[in-house]
Design a protein around this ligand. Structure first.
Ligand code: NAP
Length: 308
């Protein structure tokens, strides 16, 4: 019975050290050193190999090493194979930091000041109190909820939007397509923390931007596929959106010369908002293996019907 890791090999070595400490009885291997493929029961991967069941006929569980699973081609994965996304404290903490950074940067006009610095312009923009800047979070799951709680602590009026109704103290919760318009109309800063699914692909587009207050600000911490990049550029030109922080783009890396690179009202970071931390991730994976053996529900089990 083998646990196989197929992702960044440097982090794989950290996983190997932690597995050796915490679960010495379970053989751990790093792709492409798979050993006997028939022994591979558990696979943690960013991109699973093609022909996964033909390659590993006894595979019992597939773990994503990241919080999202949009990189998986579900049509190539057998229906009965449980797929588990990464829900671990390291990812949550780093996303809370990044989303806070992005919202504070947008709130305090840092994108504009960075552009002004490049032009050697000394121009002050009046400071607006947090209480007068309404923040809206698309997606109130593991990450969106943690982010919304932190931002409410700064005094921003915070609201969130999800598919099913959520209840978070200090956060106004909107749900479903019917309430989207009202949610967007009160979002001066909009943060995307949705999973990328057939329903959410391209959601950050002209129709959505039209429902935001004039001059709203945007932080995309989800996936590049959520954003219609041309629509953003038009919305920035027209003033509908006044600034954006983008941690994710499509494609990644963003190609040289792409218009997002040099736009004065856009700050781009290279998909670093949050990263799985091996120390905490291995604990969560080992706990899930215990649950799997005991026939208990897995933490982070993906609902194939919803796509996340
Ligand atoms: P999660 O726990 O599954 O939460 C997803 C949230 O989005 C839920 O509130 C869900 O609604 C809502 N949602 C999904 N589809 C929707 C729809 N069609 N309409 C309205 N709401 C919808 O996911 P998570 O762990 O918070 O992660 C969210 C995403 O963050 C990941 O999928 C990934 O794309 C992104 N991410 C990015 C980075 C980075 O470094 N940039 C790192 C980690 C994760 P319900 O509550 O009703 O289910």
């Amino acid at each position: 019975m083998t646990f196989l890791y197929k992702s960044d090999p440097t982090r794989g070595l950290e996983w190997a050290r932690l597995f050796a400490q915490k679960a010495p009885e379970l053989p751990f291997r790093i792709w492409p050193d798979v050993g006997d493929p028939g022994e591979v029961r558990f696979l943690a991967a960013w991109m699973p190999p093609a022909e996964i069941m033909a390659t590993f006929p006894n595979l019992e569980l597939l773990f994503s090493v990241g919080a999202g699973v949009d990189q998986f081609d579900f049509s190539a994965l057998p229906q009965e194979l449980p797929v588990v996304r990464m829900v671990e404290p390291g990812i949550i903490d780093s996303m809370v930091e990044y989303a806070t950074l992005a919202v504070l940067a947008l709130h305090r006009d840092l994108v504009t000041y960075a552009a002004q610095q490049r032009e050697q312009v000394w121009r002050q923009i009046r400071v607006r109190p947090a209480a007068q800047r309404r923040v809206g979070i698309l997606g109130l799951g593991t990450l969106g909820e943690a982010v919304s709680r932190k931002l409410a602590g700064f005094g921003f009026p915070v609201a969130g939007w999800s598919r099913s109704r959520r209840a978070i103290e200090g956060v106004t919760c909107y749900a479903g397509a019917d309430e989207m318009k009202a949610f967007l109309a009160r979002s001066d800063i909009l943060v995307c923390l949705l999973p990328l699914t057939a329903e959410t692909r391209g959601i950050l587009g002209a129709d959505l931007f039209a429902m935001l207050p004039e001059g709203a600000r945007l932080a995309n911490c989800g996936r590049g596929g959520h954003l219609d990049q041309d629509a953003l550029l038009s919305a920035l030109d027209s003033g509908r959106i006044s600034a954006a922080v983008l941690d994710v783009t499509d494609p990644e890396p963003l190609p040289a010369g792409h218009p997002l690179w040099n736009h004065p009202q856009i700050l781009v970071t290279p998909h670093i908002a949050s990263m799985t931390q091996p120390e905490t991730a291995v604990d969560v994976v080992l706990d899930n293996l215990k649950r799997h053996r005991a026939g208990e529900p897995l933490v982070g089990l993906v609902d194939r019907g919803r796509g996340y």
